[in-house]
Ligand binder design. Structure first.
Ligand code: SF4
Ligand code: SF4
Length: 496
């Protein structure tokens, strides 16, 4: 066992109101610079939709992430060798049009235009060329356009839905949408790290944050192709790649990342996970149907004395183990099995997990009265406006059973709380609902509290920084173990 600690994150999608405060907080702190105007390290997409950059989930086009080859995995389109062949022409890179051409307005024209009969206007100008442009897209151009033919209908997650099922979703009275906020997942098996020919990207030993050494980056952009989530970006001004740094300077001083601190819906949770790094290759290479369970299995119980002993032996500081014991992320992901990784089939083992949206799910009987019996409510999960296959395509590599488990548990918690607060439910039905999803009432209450009433300290359990004890693993397991991109490095300022 090789026990390591990782900062994990959970986003609870039922709580996101799509206000984009997180994106603006991040932009103001990190990407309000020349060459970074088009970058949104944090972005919020409307789903169904095509996202940012457009169609980022279409790996036929972008060739991101890992694919299974026999008992192992290989980078789909950006291995160090494959990448070298494409040094001068990389056909799988998103173009600026796939993001959008950043622009501003010539506001000074409003004040300096000569006197005349017409109202002066501020024309849009490109932030890259300085020339006037016609604005045709923006970072969240498809915001709230759940039924639009150009965006929602082109969502790659519809691939397993029949034409009739898709058509049913786009009837006006059945339209549905939710928001999907995205940042770098600080993966355990990061494709970006494995693809970088310069060794500029590394995973910090003490907390698993994935960073790019700006002094070593040589502008190959293999990381942009390799990241299946398209969360590394190329700065056209500095000629270096950049990505979300999980606000590590804030974390090191005990503060939540800017996007999380500012989140209006309080959907974000951050905490430590302990995991067995020896299993990374095995888990990343397993069958698709097992990916969710195996990724969950490699996360270890921070209260288990054996785990604590091994973690301490491996250099994990006791204060980090204590933080892991209080981690809200551990509860959502492992204890309650409510949070799932986004597109586990990319095999990067993302460390950002999502509680999928329950969405409008109340079923009505024939006479338009809500059916509040447990059977009535549970059966509506199958009839939810957003098909289970769609959510399975996003969060479980197509495993619909896993989505049903999560939605049923969330529904059982709602029934239980309704029974307590409103009192119009049959107690036997509520008890049966909780039993069916193996959730005792005290667990249902804990889920409800952390979901709905959690204050700042409950949502963010940030361990003390121990830079002095950063776990060193020179070069990386990539070289020792062959296939995976997992690799720990010391931070650049400490010698690499
Ligand atoms: S591969 Fe994972 S760690 Fe690397 S940039 Fe993409 S999301 Fe982040
Ligand atoms: S700030 Fe929070 S609620 Fe608002 S869009 Fe971002 S994640 Fe959603």
């Amino acid at each position: 066992m090789d026990i390591r600690s990782q900062i994990g994150v959970v986003f609870h999608l039922d709580k996101c109101i799509g206000c984009h405060t997180c994106s603006i907080a991040c932009k103001n702190v990190w990407t309000d610079r020349k060459g970074a105007e088009y970058m949104w390290w944090n972005n919020v997409e409307t789903k169904p939709g095509t996202g940012y950059p457009t169609q980022w989930e279409n790996q036929e086009e972008y060739k991101g992430g890992w694919e299974k080859k026999g008992n192992s995995i290989v980078l789909r389109g950006a291995g160090k060798l494959k990448g070298l062949k494409n040094i001068f022409h990389n056909p799988n890179l998103p173009t600026i049009d796939d993001y959008y051409e950043p622009w501003t307005y010539r506001y000074e024209d409003l004040f300096t235009a000569p006197e005349g009969n017409d109202q002066p206007t501020a024309r849009p100008v490109s932030l890259i060329t300085g020339e006037p442009i016609e604005v045709k897209s923006g970072p969240n151009w498809d915001d709230d356009l759940s039924g639009s033919p150009d965006y929602a209908r082109k969502d790659p997650n519809f691939k397993n839905l029949s034409a009739t099922e898709q058509e049913a979703m786009f009837q006006v009275e059945k339209m549905v949408m939710f928001y999907l906020p995205r940042i770098c997942n600080h993966c355990l098996n990061p494709a970006c790290v494995a693809a970088c020919p310069s060794g500029a990207i590394y995973k910090r030993g003490e907390d698993g944050v994935v960073l790019i050494n700006q002094n070593k980056c040589r502008a190959w952009r293999m990381c942009v192709t390799a990241c299946p989530y398209k969360k590394t970006y190329f700065n056209w001004s500095t000629g270096k790649s950049e990505k979300c740094i999980l606000c590590y300077p804030r974390l090191e001083t005990g503060q939540a990342p800017a996007c999380m601190h500012s989140c209006v819906g309080r959907i974000r949770y951050l905490g430590v996970l302990l995991y067995d790094a020896d299993r990374i290759h095995e888990v990343a290479s397993t069958e698709e149907s097992q990916l969710v369970d195996w990724q969950r299995d490699m996360i270890l119980d921070p209260n288990d004395p054996k785990v604590i002993e091994e973690a301490v032996k491996n250099g994990v500081h006791f204060s980090i183990i204590e933080a892991a014991q209080k981690s809200p992320v551990y509860r959502f992901v492992k204890e309650w099995k409510l949070a799932l990784p986004l597109h586990p089939e990319y095999r990067t083992l993302p460390m950002l997990f999502y509680v999928p949206p329950l969405l409008p799910i109340l079923g009505t009987t024939d006479d338009d009265i809500y059916d509040t019996t447990t059977e009535g409510l549970f059966s509506t999960i199958e009839k939810t406006r957003l098909p289970i296959q769609y959510l399975a395509s996003l969060f479980t590599a197509g495993n619909e059973g896993k989505i049903r488990e999560v939605l049923k548990k969330m529904m059982a918690v709602r029934l239980h709380r309704r029974h307590i607060t409103v009192g119009d439910m049959d107690p036997v039905l509520v008890r049966n609902a909780l039993q069916e999803v193996q959730t005792p009432p005290d667990m249902a209450d804990a889920i409800y509290r952390l979901t709905s009433l959690a204050n700042f300290e409950d949502r963010f359990v940030i361990p003390m920084a121990h830079r002095e004890e950063a776990i060193e693993m020179l070069e990386s397991v990539f070289e020792e173990k062959g296939a995976t991109g997992f690799g720990f490095r010391m931070a650049p300022e400490r010698g690499l």
